[in-house]
Design a protein around this ligand. Sequence first.
Ligand SMILES: [Zn+2]
Ligand SMILES: [Zn+2]
Length: 169
Amino acid sequence: MIIHVSKISDKGYSLSDSIDIDNAQLLEEGSYFLEGVDFQVRFKRQDKRIQAQGTIQTAISLACVRCLEPFELKIHSRFDIILFPKEMMETRSAALDEEDLEYIFFEKDEIDLEKILVEQINLFVPFKPVCQAGCKGICPGCGANLNRGACPCDPSKNEIKFLFDKVKR
Ligand SMILES: [Zn+2]
Ligand SMILES: [Zn+2]
């Protein structure tokens, strides 16, 4: 999905749509889209730079790193980014702070909107996602999902029983 910079007038250019993005674009292993990606974006000119402000809504399926079960993550993301023409990087313009590598560039009058949306979605996905804050994970002994109840080899259970036996004596 390419936006031509020449389309962006001084008043700006707004766009909203729903698109399908390929699951291969998601960086998190085992993740996939559960629905289309709804977005609204408004482009504005700032001299040679382009400001893009927008919202993204979708849902993806992630695998919990503790219990390995899939779960749904709703994505409601807002973004506000500045895009620079590539020649500004090549001329090392004073307008760019070289220490900050987070700049997004566009080439030949073309902004790849899908690439921006994909980046924002990947940023929204937490590092080491878990299905719930208190996920108990799987038993290292038998592989049972401990969210569904304790298994016979649960070591903490054994510990409690052991303490009980001590108290009785
Ligand atoms: Zn889990
Ligand atoms: Zn077990």
